[in-house]
Design a protein around this ligand. Structure first.
Ligand code: ATP
Ligand code: MN
Length: 468
């Protein structure tokens, strides 16, 4: 095969007169009198390259017949200035090779607009559409920006395990991993499953978070981050939950809650700026076709200083809004409740009109490992709330004091033995440390304005859905 050029570069810098070869898939074909226009897309950009095939091409009639929507082609020719509107250059074809024909009658991606629901049923083809193409290019840019952000700051990328014995927060939404034949599970004397005979000799799960292991690594490398898949067997059929999703979790030694907030804010600004720079066309497309607040939201994240308020202040604000009749909520508000999405959105979207970091939540509604504040009623937690989305980041300064951590594990009803290594970190060289977790798909969703989280991951896993 000939070396080819990617279409995004040709569209940007290709010069009339240049001879080159492209490879890709036919998006559209339009026959005029003496020639045919073919739009070829190779996934490198939103726009494809317009190819002009003249009737003087060898086997013109036969090869045009084979060039239906979806066919894969290699086309060589010469670039020319395009007289048509919409593109700077076009390719005058000299040779066209069709690798794989595509039956235009049955090809599921017809020219009309398809619903996202329908596209999910053809997960093996949907990435060839404009919208999903843009989503996955933005997703790639987000991932690159995340690594670049942390690498520039000397954070080490740590691969925390996917198989685990610990239920990180006792949330109980884990998938069990087993080698047992489920029709013949060995049992002990009391009739319960005898995990001693299973692969690991104990119950095993898919991880819900890499945080606890990231803390181990932060105690050796100072600053680390995890970026990998996590799993939750929560039966919540929402537009924001997946059973398999990717999570970004930085963890920093010698860091308090203020440092954690600074990092989270710098992080979001960096990732948005990177995507705006590297995927400008795709972002423009989302703004035009998916949600007309996409560009404004990105500008808002990049340019505004995030508001920082305590949970107590946030609750007082919500209570005032209710009292004054400014706002009605479905869920009641009082000090001690876990804020609902409607409350979070009110704060970020309507009240402050920019991202808000809420800190110092009641200890009862947060995880045991979050550092107890001096008031003994709240913990050093932080949630970053974004307009249109609600919580996008959740984090905390961790409890680094052995005695208090032990008390909190016991109070949470968790077995202390299981956390022996986590407690050891507080025995040997403990240090104030902090970190946060960001749901990667929620970030991509937020950035693109896509309404459903299933459309920002290539192959979504949700209840009753494990295709592709
Ligand atoms: P939610 O209240 O939305 O279910 P959570 O409190 O369970 O979120 P955390 O346990 O704090 O979330 O997880 C950290 C981050 O992971 C969240 O802020 C969110 O961005 C993301 N996340 C959590 N659950 C899911 C899921 N099922 N699918 C996709 N992302 C998720
Ligand atoms: Mn949840």
């Amino acid at each position: 095969m000939t070396t080819s050029q990617r279409i995004k570069h040709i569209l940007k810098t290709g010069q009339p007169g240049e001879a080159l070869t492209i490879q890709g898939w036919v998006r559209t074909k339009r026959a005029a009198k003496k020639f045919t226009f073919i739009e070829v897309n190779d996934g490198s950009s939103m726009n494809g390259l317009q190819v002009v095939a003249g009737a003087d091409l060898p086997d013109y009639v036969a090869s045009m017949e084979r060039l239906s929507t979806g066919a894969s082609v290699e086309i060589s020719g010469t670039l020319a200035e395009s007289p048509g509107k919409g593109q700077r250059v076009e390719l005058q074809a000299k040779t066209i090779e069709v690798f794989g024909e595509s039956d235009g009658e049955t090809y599921p991606l017809q020219k009309k607009r398809h619903s996202f629901e329908f596209l999910r049923t053809i997960g093996h083809l949907r990435s060839r559409t404009n919208t999903l193409g843009a989503v996955f290019r933005v997703r790639n840019a987000c991932a690159t920006a995340i690594h670049q952000f942390f690498q520039e700051r000397d954070f080490l990328w740590m691969h925390t395990p996917i198989l685990t014995a610990s239920d990180c927060e006792g949330a109980g939404e884990m998938f069990t991993v087993t080698r047992f034949n489920l029709d013949q599970i060995p049992t002990d004397k009391s009739g319960k499953a005898d995990y001693g005979q299973d692969f690991f000799g104990r119950p095993a799960y898919l991880t819900v978070s890499g945080q606890l292991e990231a803390e181990i690594m932060a105690m050796a490398f100072s600053n680390v981050y995890t970026f990998g898949p996590t799993f939750r067997a929560e039966n919540s059929n929402t537009s924001r939950h997946l059973a398999e999703f990717w999570m970004v979790e930085p963890e920093m030694a010698f860091c308090n809650l203020a440092g954690n907030m600074d990092l989270a804010e710098a992080f979001l600004k960096y990732v948005f700026a990177y995507v705006m720079e590297h995927c400008a066309d795709d972002m423009e497309f989302f703004n035009q076709r998916i949600d007309n607040a996409v560009l404004e939201t990105a500008e808002n994240i990049i340019n505004s200083e995030f508001t920082r308020i305590s949970y107590s202040e946030a609750i007082a604000l919500l209570e005032t809004a209710i009292e004054k009749g400014d706002k009605k909520f479905d869920y009641p508000v009082s000090w001690g409740v876990d804020m609902q999405s409607e409350h979070e959105r009110y704060l970020a979207e309507e009240y402050f009109k920019k991202p808000v970091i809420v800190t110092d939540y009641p200890r009862e509604i947060k995880a045991f490992y979050m550092r107890l504040n001096d008031d003994e009623k709240t913990v050093a937690a932080m949630d970053v709330l974004a307009p249109r989305l609600g919580e996008i980041i959740g984090g905390a300064q961790r409890e680094e004091r052995l005695d208090i951590l032990e008390q909190r594990i016991t109070a949470a009803g968790l077995p202390k033995e299981d956390y022996w290594w986590y407690l050891d970190l507080r025995r040997y060289g403990t240090v104030p440390h902090a970190g946060f977790g960001l749901g990667f798909e929620r970030l991509v969703q937020f950035m693109t304005g896509m309404a459903n989280i299933r459309d920002v991951i290539p192959f979504p896993r949700t209840p009753d859905n494990l295709d592709f």
